[in-house]
Every structure is written in structure tokens, then in C-alpha cells.
Design a protein around this ligand. Structure first.
Ligand code: NAP
Length: 266
């Protein structure tokens, strides 16, 4: 049997200085938190990074400037679009396409939580979370699908959560939306298999962002008891995995849900 492969081989003798140079990566919800960390990491490795945001214009410009002004080949470009709005995403696609051409990497990071025990949860709370955290990923993937399918080594990377596996008191809506990303990712991966484009999901545990910093100290202490490494993830630890998946070298990983959760037993 021939072991011929369509994939080009990589020169492993010399580490490329800027492995993502020439790749255009769109990160949704990149004005702060994990999205900002992902955008900065992709830029650090040379990518052209589209820094998507909904309302935090100044913060998104700061992220983009920081990427562009760093001593790398990476450049940052803020683009506003609400991921719940297909028309705005299409406008973003046209703007990106006119300037940089088709994207190579889509990181569906934008997500929100509206926490309430199920007893008190309204249909509005449910739909609000689904609209951003699951339907937002659908909307962006749908809009950029043809571009990503045609790209050399296209990548779809969905940011889910440990809560999608564990569930959590007060987060039935968030847990359901985040576990929805697992099946979505796996199905995309199967449909895209053989095109060179992959789809993967990352499931971070609690990560040092403003959201986690706002949790009361005693609740943080309780959360830490469940985490074997006894600390929360850094944004960089999540971003580093995204950067690897965005690289052409990750082409044999697809359909996976990869945990970044400090060893939580799921
Ligand atoms: N933090 C954690 O511990 C943790 C753990 C596991 C998974 N996650 C997941 O990781 C992702 C990022 O979390 P984070 O803690 O970094 O969140 P965050 O600090 O609250 O930031 C959310 C980002 O999403 C953007 N956003 C919200 N709604 C949007 C919409 N409709 N359209 C476009 N952008 C929108 C925000 O932009 P604007 O500021 O412009 O509104 C912001 O840039 C989420 O999917 C979250 O579920 C987080």
C-alpha cells in the first residue's frame, strides 16, 4: 500500500521564525480576554489578524495596534461585526476580502454567559446565550465556509468550555450552547475531511480574565479545589494551543475537543 500523502512535508531541521506569516486569521470577540490573547499570539507568530469586536472599539484598536507595532511580521486589523447578525458578518467578510483576500483561519471565540438557575432562567436568557455562543459560531462559519474550504490548510477553531462537558449550577444555557459546539465541530471536521481544512474545538477551564477576576474570593477558592494543578489557566496557555492549531503543521488533528483545564477529571 502506498503511503503517499497529499500533505507537503515540513522542514523540521529549521524552526520557521514566523510560521503564520502569510496566513490571515479572524478571531471573533478579540477586544479582550481570551480572544485578545489569541489575536496577540497569532500576530506574534506572523499572522495577519482580523480583530473582531461587537462594541469595544477602542479596546479592539489597541489590540490591533499592539500586534502591528510589535517586532514581528504580524499585523492587526480591527473590524466591527456582531456575530448574531448575518448581514454584519457578510459586510465584515467583504471588507476582509477586499483588503487581504480570503481568510485561512477562523477562530469562533465570541461567547457570553447569562447565569441563573434553571428555575429562574427565562427563554430570553436561554436564547441570548445561544445567539452569541452557538449561533454566532454558525453564522461566522457559514459566511466564511467556502473561503475556508478552498484555503490551503484552512482552520476552524471553536472556543468551547469545560462547562460544556461538566455542566454547572446556574449555567444550563451556557453549558448547552458550549456542548453544542462539540457536535458542530465534529460534523464540520467529517464534512471537510480530505479538503486540507480542519475543524477543532478547545475546551478551556476557568481562565484568568476579567470574568474570573470578578468571582468572589471564597468562590474562587472553591473552584480551585476542583483543579488538580491548583490554579486557573492563563490566557496565553489557551492562545498557545490555538496558535498550534492555526499552523499548517496541525493538519492531522481534526474533529477533536481538546481540554485546557489543569487536569480536571471529566
Ligand atoms: N474566561 C473563562 O474562564 C472561559 C473559560 C472557558 C471558556 N471561555 C470562553 O472563551 C471565550 C472568551 O471568553 P472571555 O472570558 O475572554 O470573554 P470576555 O472577556 O467577556 O470577552 C468576550 C468577547 O466577545 C465579544 N463579544 C461578545 N458578544 C459578541 C457578539 N455578539 N459579537 C461579536 N463579539 C462579541 C466581546 O466584544 P465586545 O467587548 O466588543 O462586546 C469580547 O471581545 C468565550 O466563548 C467563553 O465562553 C471562557
Amino acid at each position: 500500500m502506498s503511503l503517499e500523502t497529499k500533505k507537503r512535508s515540513h522542514d523540521v531541521t529549521q524552526p520557521p521564525r514566523q510560521p503564520l506569516a502569510g496566513r490571515t486569521c479572524l478571531v471573533t470577540g478579540a477586544s479582550r480576554g481570551i480572544g485578545r490573547g489569541i489575536a496577540r499570539e497569532l500576530g506574534r507568530y506572523g499572522a495577519t489578524v482580523v480583530v473582531n469586536y461587537r462594541s469595544s472599539e477602542a479596546a479592539a484598536h489597541e489590540v490591533a495596534d499592539e500586534i502591528t507595532n510589535a517586532d514581528t511580521e504580524g499585523t492587526g486589523h480591527p473590524v466591527q461585526a456582531d456575530v448574531t447578525d448575518r448581514a454584519e458578518i457578510e459586510t465584515m467578510r467583504e471588507a476582509v476580502d477586499d483588503t487581504f483576500g480570503e481568510i485561512d483561519v477562523l477562530v469562533n471565540n465570541a461567547g457570553i454567559n447569562v447565569d441563573r438557575t434553571f428555575e429562574n432562567m427565562t427563554a430570553e436568557d436561554w436564547h441570548q446565550v445561544f445567539d452569541v455562543s452557538l449561533h454566532g459560531a454558525f453564522n461566522c462559519t457559514k459566511t466564511f465556509y467556502d473561503d475556508l474550504k478552498a484555503a490551503d490548510d484552512g482552520r476552524i477553531i471553536n472556543i468551547s468550555s469545560v462547562i460544556g462537558k461538566q455542566g454547572n449550577v446556574g449555567q444550563a444555557n451556557y453549558a448547552a450552547a458550549k456542548s453544542g459546539l462539540f457536535g458542530f465541530t465534529r460534523s464540520l471536521a467529517l464534512e471537510l475531511a480530505g479538503t486540507g481544512t480542519t475543524a477543532n474545538c478547545i475546551a478551556p477551564g476557568f481562565t484568568e480574565t476579567e470574568m474570573v477576576e470578578s468571582i468572589p474570593d471564597e468562590v474562587q477558592a472553591e473552584l480551585l479545589e476542583e483543579i488538580p494543578v491548583d490554579r486557573f489557566a492563563t490566557v496565553e496557555e489557551v492562545a498557545g494551543l490555538v496558535r498550534y492549531l492555526a499552523d499548517e503543521q496541525s493538519g492531522y488533528i481534526t474533529g477533536e475537543v481538546i481540554d485546557v483545564n489543569g487536569g480536571i477529571d471529566l
